[in-house]
Design a binder for this molecule. Structure first.
Ligand code: NOJ
Length: 501
């Protein structure tokens, strides 16, 4: 990793539609986001990840890109984007964009050209079969919409045709091209041109959407990994201080050249076991199951790159109201004390709630309830917008808004600020040192160099036996914290503590 800033980065994820409306049209935009950069900074974040801001018909919240080289007019002028990046940099905040690498929108000009019936220079840019009647196994295809004789493969929704990075295993040579064919390489070069375009505009790297999906029939992901290593080399040579973060959720991603990889909510993985599974550690589950899983993942990846751990994201239900504000304090403290790059999804720092049963907007479906506008205060539209109608309904909640929580010393927002400030003050949290010291029942203790972290999410006090006795000094805590005893620590109910080791 040539970039060093990522090691001490704390990200704030912004869903542009929902953060701050600067022009009163009911949608968030760059003017609004720029005005709130100080808020992000005082929270303790030093990087933002922006969900797609590109020109799009918004049939998948902007993950259906119509023009990869253009800012959506919904979010402002190109100059507004540039001002956002410039202002963020002036405040010491890095800007990471979403790179939608696997597919485009069905309204993308290159795709429409590829759909013409006569061969042209875009004919092989997307994956087309040459028989409109065929039904290939293992692929989702759309047929009968264009005059080209064939169906096209989609990468996600049917509005998102798959870009052609070729195939590793060729089952049907009549339409599957090798991943090192000229056509597949041309797509790879096109992707690099998209990246260069935004890197030249000043962005500091990318979060790569569905990073493992590019080469098809790539069971061991070796060809996809080869592709990303080549792109990483390009970035290292041409843009040395930039980062590549994958949505992949596998130790393989870091070996493929990514600087960091998100651990997503996939059934049975450590993130899921920590927070989101039915018997998750924070919902009464066993500390050992989480600790063993995390330890194994970390040991496998620590020399290759970093793990991204997030409070939530635009695809998952928010943790509140399933977890209370007091539980969220323990969760964030535990998660961000682990060796990781922390990501805070906008609104999670105040405990914004997942809104159940909202009618889907822009193909958010069940994800819609995690995308409602940021709750700034108790004014109209919760301070998000002055429009008569907003992109999604705003929740006005006396407790869950920034203005109220700033005033309340014990609020979740102020806790997150203290937590991030403490984390920043201790180099142990960005070191590679991590060791599980005790994980039994509900008690979890791990060390980060000279710090011991102790957690108890239950309503009863827990004891943890430790091989090495920590010093008595508690440096940071939530709940009633923990006490050092003769042979270990006693952790108060619903508590978290960092103790000098
Ligand atoms: C993952 C993104 O996070 C999600 O929001 C999107 O719908 C799919 N990839 C498709 O791009």
């Amino acid at each position: 990793m040539s970039n060093t800033w990522l090691k001490s980065a704390v990200f704030y994820e912004i869903y542009p539609n929902s953060f701050m409306d600067g022009n009163g049209d009911g949608y968030g935009d760059f003017v609004g986001m720029t005005a709130k950069l100080d808020y992000i900074k005082t929270l303790g974040a030093n990087a933002v990840w922006l969900n797609p801001h590109y020109d799009s018909p918004f049939m998948d919240g902007g993950y259906d890109v119509r023009d990869f080289f253009k800012t959506s007019a919904r979010f402002g002028f190109e100059a507004d984007f540039d001002t956002f990046v410039k202002t963020a940099h002036a405040k010491g905040i890095k800007v990471v964009l979403d790179l939608v690498s696997g597919h485009a929108s069905e309204q993308n000009a290159d795709f429409l050209k590829s759909a013409e019936p006569v061969r042209n220079d875009m004919y092989d840019r997307f994956i087309w079969m040459n028989d409109v009647w065929a039904k290939p196994q293992g692929f989702r295809t759309v047929c009968g919409r264009y005059d080209r004789r064939g169906s096209y493969v989609v990468n996600y929704f049917s509005t998102q045709p798959a870009l052609n990075y070729g195939f590793n295993r060729i089952d049907d040579p009549s339409w599957q091209m090798p991943y090192n064919s000229d056509a597949a390489i041309a797509t790879r070069e096109w992707l690099k041109s998209v990246m260069r375009f935004w890197l030249d505009r000043g962005c500091d790297g990318f979060r790569v959407d569905m990073a493992d999906s590019l080469v098809k029939n790539d069971d061991d992901k070796s060809a996809t990994s080869e592709l990303w290593r080549e792109i990483r080399d390009m970035m290292e040579t041409e843009y040395p201080d930039t980062v590549l973060i994958s949505e992949w959720s596998s130790p393989q991603a870091l070996k493929a050249g990514f600087d960091a990889d998100f651990m997503l909510d996939h059934a049975g993985n450590p993130y899921n076991i920590l927070l989101r599974a039915e018997n998750a550690y924070f919902s009464g589950g066993d500390a050992k199951v989480f600790a063993d899983g995390f330890d194994a993942w970390y040991s496998e990846t620590k020399d290759a790159g970093l793990i991204g751990l997030s409070s939530g994201n635009h695809d998952t239900p928010r943790l509140a109201p399933h977890y209370s504000a007091e539980q969220l304090k323990l969760i964030y403290a535990t998660m961000f004390s682990l060796p990781c790059v922390p990501f805070i999804y906008y609104g999670d720092e105040i405990g914004m709630k997942y809104i159940k049963d909202l009618p889907s907007v822009e193909c958010g479906f069940s994800r819609t309830g995690s995308r409602t506008p940021m709750q700034w205060d108790m004014s109209e539209n919760a301070g998000f917008s002055t429009a008569a109608r907003t992109f999604l309904p705003t929740e006005r909640d006396k407790q869950v808004n920034v203005a109220a929580q700033l005033k309340d010393k014990k609020s979740l927002l102020n806790f997150v600020k203290e937590l991030l400030a403490f984390r920043k003050s201790r180099p142990e949290f960005i070191s590679k040192e991590f060791c599980v010291e005790y994980a039994e029942g509900a008690a979890l203790c791990f060390s980060r160099g000279s710090l011991l972290v102790a957690v108890n999410p239950t309503k009863t006090k827990q004891s943890a036996k430790l091989a090495v006795q920590p010093k008595a000094k508690v440096l940071f805590s939530a709940g009633k914290g923990a006490k050092v005893k003769k042979d270990g620590v006693e952790i108060a109910p619903m508590s978290f503590a960092v103790i000098e080791n």
